[in-house]
Design a protein around this ligand. Structure first.
Ligand SMILES: Nc1ncnc2c1ncn2[C@@H]1O[C@H](COP(=O)(O)OP(=O)(O)OP(=O)(O)O)[C@@H](O)[C@H]1O
Ligand SMILES: [Mg+2]
Length: 500
C-alpha cells in the first residue's frame, strides 16, 4: 500500500478517489431527489388536472342521470388518460368501468402521495354535486410509467456520474504524471551528478516555478559542493606533493650525511696512508738506485714500488672523493670540447658492438670546471656504461643540453647506456666509495665516488635514472653564471638521484 501511494501521480489519484467516494454519492442522491420530486409533481399536476376535467363533465352534463352515460364517461376517462381505475359512487349505486387494470382494489381513502399502498395506482376522489345530487368520483392512475421514468432518470444520472468519475481519474493520473515528470528529470540528473558527472547542470525542462526554483537551488548546491570537492582534491594533491618532496629530501639528506661521514673517514685514512706511502716510495726508489740492474733485489724492489704506487693511486682517488684537492684550477670550460676529448680517448677502446653517439645542443654556456678532472669524470661514467653493455652491446650516448626553464640556465652533461641497469638498492649506494657489484679484483668501487667528488668540487650535482634491464642515464647538472674567483667550494651542491 505504501508503495502504491509513494508516487506523486498515485497519491493525487488516491486523493481524487477518496474525494469522489464521499462527494459522488451525495451528488447522486441530491440530483435524484430533485429529479424524482419534479417527475412526481408533474405527474400529480397532470392527473389532478385530468380528474378535474372528468369531474366537470359529470357536473356540467347529465351523465349522473343515466347509468349508461356515467359508465361511458368513466370508460372514456380510462381510455383518454393513464387510467387504471374509474368509479362513480352515487346514492348507494356504484358504477365502475371495466376497462381499468384488473384486480385493482379501491382503498378506503384517496392517496395523498405517489407510491402509497402496494397497488401501483394513484387514487383520487372528487366529490360531485349536480342539481342537488351528491356523488363521489374515484379515479385511479397507473404509477408504473412514472416509476419507469424515474428508474431511467436514475440510470442516466448514474451513467453521467460514472463517466465524470472515470474522466476525472484519468485527468488526475495525467496531472500527476505531468507534475512528477520534471521532478523525475531532476532526480535522474542528480543521480548522474552523484555518480561523477559533476559538470551536469541540475535543471528540469518545465515552466513550473517551484520546480524551476528547486532546480536552481540544487544546482547552486551542486556548484558549491563541486567547488569544495575540487578544492579538497587540490589540497590533497598539494599535500601529497609536499609529502613526497619531504620524503625525497629526507632520503637525500640521509645519503648526503652518509657520504659526508664516509668521506671524512676515508679522507682521514687516505691522508694517513699517503703519509705512510711517501717514505715507502722514496726509500724504495733510493734503494732501487743502489741495487744492481737485473738483480733479484732490483726486481723485488720494483714490485714493492709498483704496489706502493698502485696504493697511492687508490689513495688519490679517495682523496678526490673527499674533495681534498686543489680548487684553484677551476675556470670556464666548454663542455663540448671536454666531451670531444673524452670521446677521442674512449672510442678507441670500445668494441664495434657498442654504438657511441654524441648529442650536443647549440649555444652551450661555459661552466666552471677543471678540464682534466672533467675528462676523468666523463671517462668514469663512460667506463661504467661500457661495462654495463659489454656482454650484450648497445648504444652509448654522450650529450650536453641546456635547461633554460630555470634562471640562470643549467647545463646538463649526460651519459646514457642501454645496458643491464640497476635496482633501487644499488642506485642507493653507487656513490659510496668502494661500493661495487663487480667481481673481486675487477672493480674498486671508486669510479662513481670520484665522479661525485669531482662534480661536487665544480658546484655540480649528479642525478641518475635507472631500472633493471632498462639501462642507465647519469646527468651532471652544472650551474651557470658563476665567476671563477667567486666560486666557493664550501657551498655544498646537492647530491641527487632519481630512479624511475
Ligand atoms: N651505467 C651503469 N649501469 C649499470 N650499473 C652501473 C652503471 N654505473 C655504475 N653501476 C653500478 O655502480 C657500481 C659502482 O660503480 P663505480 O664506478 O663506483 O665502481 P666500479 O665500476 O664497480 O669499479 P671502478 O669504477 O672502481 O672500476 C658498479 O659496480 C655497478 O654496479
Ligand atoms: Mg666504474
Amino acid at each position: 500500500m505504501a508503495r502504491l501511494t509513494s508516487t506523486l501521480a498515485s497519491r493525487i489519484s488516491l486523493l481524487m478517489l477518496l474525494a469522489h467516494g464521499v462527494l459522488l454519492p451525495l451528488l447522486f442522491f441530491g440530483v435524484m431527489h430533485v429529479v424524482e420530486r419534479s417527475q412526481v409533481d408533474q405527474f400529480l399536476e397532470q392527473v389532478r388536472g385530468f380528474a378535474r376535467v372528468v369531474a366537470d363533465q359529470f357536473e356540467l352534463g347529465d351523465a349522473l342521470d343515466s347509468p349508461e352515460r356515467s359508465k361511458a364517461l368513466l370508460d372514456s376517462a380510462i381510455l383518454r388518460g393513464d387510467g387504471a381505475y374509474a368509479e362513480l359512487r352515487a346514492g348507494g349505486r356504484d358504477i365502475r368501468s371495466e376497462l381499468g387494470l384488473a384486480g385493482v382494489q379501491r382503498p378506503p381513502h384517496q392517496d395523498l402521495d405517489v407510491g402509497q399502498g402496494d397497488d401501483e395506482v394513484y387514487f383520487i376522489m372528487l366529490p360531485l354535486d349536480h342539481a342537488g345530487r351528491q356523488a363521489e368520483l374515484w379515479l385511479g392512475f397507473d404509477e408504473r410509467t412514472l416509476t419507469a421514468e424515474i428508474a431511467e432518470a436514475r440510470s442516466r444520472v448514474l451513467a453521467v456520474l460514472a463517466a465524470y468519475f472515470a474522466s476525472t481519474m484519468v485527468l488526475a493520473l495525467l496531472v500527476g504524471r505531468w507534475l512528477s515528470r520534471p521532478l523525475t528529470e531532476l532526480q535522474q540528473r542528480s543521480r548522474r551528478v552523484a555518480s561523477g558527472d559533476y559538470a551536469l547542470h541540475l535543471a528540469a525542462t518545465t515552466s513550473l516555478r517551484e520546480v524551476v526554483e528547486l532546480g536552481r537551488d540544487l544546482d547552486r548546491m551542486r556548484g558549491e559542493l563541486v567547488g569544495v570537492s575540487e578544492r579538497l582534491r587540490q589540497e590533497i594533491v598539494a599535500k601529497e606533493a609536499v609529502e613526497s618532496e619531504r620524503r625525497t629530501l629526507e632520503v637525500q639528506l640521509r645519503r648526503r650525511h652518509r657520504l659526508e661521514t664516509v668521506g671524512t673517514l676515508a679522507g682521514g685514512v687516505a691522508h694517513e696512508f699517503n703519509n705512510a706511502l711517501v717514505p715507502i716510495i722514496l726509500y724504495t726508489e733510493s734503494l732501487l738506485l743502489d741495487a744492481p740492474e737485473g738483480s733479484s733485489d732490483a726486481e723485488q724492489l720494483q714490485g714493492v714500488l709498483s704496489a706502493a704506487k698502485r696504493a697511492r693511486d687508490i689513495v688519490r682517488k679517495v682523496l678526490v672523493f673527499s674533495r681534498d684537492f686543489d680548487s684553484t684550477r677551476l675556470g670556464p670550460v666548454r663542455l663540448e670540447s671536454a666531451v670531444d676529448e673524452a670521446l677521442k680517448l674512449f672510442t678507441a677502446l670500445v668494441p664495434a658492438s657498442i654504438d657511441v653517439r654524441q648529442e650536443l645542443a647549440a649555444d652551450i654556456p661555459t661552466v666552471l670546471a677543471d678540464q682534466g678532472l672533467l675528462t676523468q669524470l666523463i671517462m668514469n661514467l663512460c667506463t661504467n656504461a661500457f661495462q654495463a653493455m659489454q656482454a650484450t652491446g648497445g648504444v652509448l650516448t654522450i650529450g650536453v643540453r641546456v635547461d633554460r626553464s630555470v634562471v640562470p640556465p643549467i647545463v646538463e652533461l649526460y651519459v646514457a647506456d642501454t645496458g643491464h641497469g640497476m635496482d633501487s638498492a644499488t642506485v642507493e649506494r653507487i656513490f659510496e666509495p668502494f661500493f661495487t657489484t663487480r667481481e673481486v679484483g675487477s672493480g674498486t668501487g671508486l669510479g662513481l665516488a670520484v665522479a661525485h667528488g669531482i662534480a661536487t668540487s665544480f658546484g655540480a650535482s649528479i642525478v641518475v635514472d635507472s631500472n633493471p634491464g632498462e639501462g642507465a642515464t647519469f646527468r651532471v647538472r652544472f650551474p651557470t653564471g658563476q665567476r671563477a674567483d667567486a666560486h666557493n667550494l664550501a657551498a655544498e651542491p646537492e647530491p641527487m638521484r632519481s630512479a624511475r
